[in-house]
Design a protein around this ligand. Structure first.
Ligand code: HEC
Ligand code: HEC
Length: 384
């Protein structure tokens, strides 16, 4: 049986199986991506990235299928003159839309827009991941500034996508009501009533073998790119702490990464060591000078990481602290104080929760969630 041969009760196959799997897969994953993107806390963000990667795989497949799939899956079958789109919308307003076996002209525009916006969201998402968070295949390619710009685009597009999805669902509902054909069911079963004329050209069948070859080629290129990105030097250069700094400042607390404060703040902290947050941490002048020189030459200004950019703008007149910076407080605002109390060193013990703290990266993928999930405030009865 080829496409457009009527099957029982005048229905013809329209949406092939891969197109339907793509459609429902994309619908589910895009919904999940929107929900996770807007709602989950930073330390769960990796789930969002994984969902995005699955969407990218589906979209790449769909683009290839748009060239080698069966008739109504092909892009060629849903390119309409803008005049026909307007005509179709008018016919909907007149409550008598012309029947179409494949996408109607307005639906075709919507499908194209959805694919383009999802594609742009993937691109901006990967630039954000690489530039801002120094994670993923583009960690060494994009700067923090590019990552932040891509982040704004990503958020704007997300709102646009929500709007498009709502219009799409509304359009499907209206068309189904007016045409008497349940379009949602058609996207599940793949068949539609033969009310419209088949296209003037002989319907094309799918070419799965060619699709397989093209996808293998694309997969190979992506693998080459990934191997290349794995062989790049680390996106955040590794910096061993200065031995004097480590020896003198590492006794009471974690050896703070120099990228976490701007040079001016380090300098101020180093001039007040005799009253260091209530402790006397004073040092021999030449050792203090060596530490000051090392900290100020590796301060926040010299790094391209997220914490360096956010903490590097600290008010130089304020306390020389990371944990009182507005950015730090905002990021950790929903962590219960009991959790910080349970950690030796309190909030300042960054490395207790951030397993990559020594690198200065503070990736959302390296947050030890144990403290949030397992540690409950001790019950009063348990304490002797
Ligand atoms: C005698 C112990 C001691 C020594 C030595 C010491 N510190 Fe501290 N440091 C503290 C205490 C106590 C705090 C405050 C901790 C708190 O309130 O949570 C602190 C806090 C800090 C903070 C702020 C952390 C935050 O909460 O944002 C920085 C930065 C810091 N120290 C840097 C240094 C540097 C640099 C040196 C070496 C020159 C040094 N410390 C040596 C005890 C010490
Ligand atoms: C009790 C564990 C804990 C401690 C201690 C802690 N953090 Fe965090 N940090 C978290 C969690 C959890 C998040 C994610 C917040 C969220 O869910 O939005 C986070 C988020 C961050 C982020 C944002 C990461 C991103 O990708 O957006 C930065 C930067 C950061 N912390 C820096 C620090 C620094 C610097 C210190 C030490 C001064 C510190 N943290 C101490 C648990 C901790």
């Amino acid at each position: 049986m080829t496409i457009n041969d009527p099957i029982n009760d005048g229905h013809v196959p329209v949406w092939d199986m891969p197109t339907r799997i793509y459609h429902w897969g994309q619908a589910g994953l895009v919904t999940l991506a929107l929900v996770t993107g807007f709602l989950i806390p930073t330390d769960w963000l990796n789930i969002h990235v994984i969902i995005g990667t699955l969407i990218a795989m589906l979209l790449v497949f769909r683009v290839v299928w748009g060239f080698f799939g069966s008739e109504y899956a092909r892009f060629g079958s849903f390119i309409f003159h803008p005049r026909r789109v307007v005509e179709h919308l008018n016919s909907v307003l007149e409550r008598a839309p012309a029947p179409h076996l494949g996408h109607n002209p307005a639906g075709a525009v919507m499908v194209t827009l959805l694919m383009v916006v999802v594609g742009l969201m993937l691109a901006s998402g990967y630039i954000l991941l690489g530039g801002t968070y120094k994670e993923g295949p583009f960690a060494t390619v994009f700067s923090y500034a590019s990552g932040e710009s891509a982040g704004s685009v990503h958020t704007l597009l997300a709102y646009g996508l929500i709007g498009l999805v709502l219009i799409h669902v509304l359009g499907v509902w209206v068309e189904s009501r007016l045409s008497g054909e349940n379009l949602i069911r058609a996207m599940v079963s793949g068949v539609k009533r033969q009310t419209a004329a088949a296209p003037a050209w002989p319907p094309r069948s799918a070419r799965p073998l060619t699709t397989g070859f093209v996808l293998t080629g694309i997969g190979y290129l992506i693998a080459v790119g990934l191997v290349w990105s794995l062989r790049q030097p680390p996106a955040v250069p590794r910096l061993a702490p200065d031995p004097i700094y480590k020896a003198e400042c590492g006794g009471c607390h974690w050896v703070y990464h120099p990228s976490l404060l701007p040079a001016a703040t380090w300098r101020r902290l180093m001039t007040g060591l005799d009253d260091h947050f209530g402790e006397d941490a004073s040092l021999a002048p030449e050792r203090a000078a060596a530490i000051t020189a090392w900290l100020t030459s590796h301060g926040a200004e010299t790094w391209d990481t997220l914490p360096a950019h956010r903490l590097g703008t600290l008010d130089p007149a304020g306390p020389p602290r990371i944990t009182t910076a507005p950015f730090w407080k905002r990021q950790h605002s929903h962590i219960p104080p009991a959790i910080f109390k349970s950690i030796k060193g309190g909030p300042g013990a960054c490395d207790a929760c951030h397993t990559d703290a020594d690198s200065g990266r503070f990736s959302f993928r390296r947050i030890d969630r144990q403290h949030r999930l397992l540690l409950q405030p001790p019950s009063p009865k348990a304490t002797p």
